[in-house]
Design a protein around this ligand. Structure first.
Ligand code: ZN
Length: 266
């Protein structure tokens, strides 16, 4: 296994985690300063509350911030000037994944799939097909909890570890990459990922492929915004926009190749 040099010491990770919890508590506790009420106190509390809330939102929601967990949004390649990495989250799905795999096989493209453990258990044949066709399989939690930021530490650990076990059982190897639902952070994520032995992978280009948009819009978005080395976020769960993604993808792959791009994995 690759040496995980991006990790900080566990103790420092724990201090960062508790600091974020303290920030959240202090932001809310600042409301107590409103008693006794005066306009001067009101403006001070408003400033404290807004600053604390914005800082918390940045730490928990920004997909590329490095404060709570070190992460990459670029492929690591000897020639990243000519590379992009396609990543697909939330699968496997009976409806989308086979069609996507057919396209990738026809085009000779290897991609990275961040699988939801529960869905992987439901579709073991699709997981094996992903492995057999040479794609990289990453961990995307067991149940894709929407309130990922607020999981208890033990639930957080279970979401990640259980998915490692499911995927190891189905593919014969433990994933080494992880991405959280919607890129959300958790105060104790870095520590947990180090204990499990996986690296956090973010993205540089979000395609918004789950939103209803035409294939032209999706194609224009990718080709207009792509830069060398970028990791691209897409999805292979059924959503209103993902059929447009499937119909745009072959052409997007061809046009990126015309520009000299190669497809690689993180
Ligand atoms: Zn997801």
């Amino acid at each position: 296994m690759r040496r995980l040099t991006w990790l900080r010491p566990q103790q420092a990770q724990r201090i960062v985690g508790y600091s974020v919890l303290l920030l959240i508590v202090a932001t809310n506790a600042s409301l107590l300063l409103l008693v006794p009420f005066s306009m001067r106190r009101f403006w001070i509390v408003a400033a404290l509350y807004a600053t604390g809330t914005l800082a918390t939102l940045f730490l928990l929601l920004h997909p590329r911030n490095q404060w709570l967990v070190a992460n990459r949004s670029q492929v690591e390649s000897s020639d990243s000037r000519r590379c992009v990495g396609l990543t697909f989250d939330d699968g496997p799905s009976e409806e989308m994944t086979p069609r996507l795999l057919d396209i990738l096989r026809e085009k000779g493209v290897k991609a990275t799939f961040f699988l939801v453990g529960r869905e992987a258990e439901r579709h073991p044949d699709l997981v094996r097909r992903l492995r057999d066709e040479g794609h990289v399989i990453g961990n995307h939690t067991f149940s894709h909890p929407p309130l990922f930021c607020f999981l208890t530490p033990s639930r957080l650990r279970m979401e990640i570890e259980r998915t490692q076990e499911v995927l190891a059982r189905l593919t014969g190897r433990r994933p080494r990459l992880f991405r959280s639902p919607v890129g959300l952070r958790h105060p104790f994520l870095a520590q947990t990922l180090e204990e499990v032995g996986v690296e956090y992978i973010s993205w540089q280009l979000r395609t918004f492929d789950t939103y209803p948009q035409g294939r032209e819009a999706l194609r224009a978005r990718v080709l207009g915004r792509i830069n060398p080395g970028d990791i691209v976020l897409m999805h292979d769960r059924p959503a209103r926009g993902t059929s447009a993604m499937l119909s745009a993808l072959p052409e997007v792959i061809d046009l990126l190749r015309d520009r000299g791009y190669q497809f690689t994995t993180p």
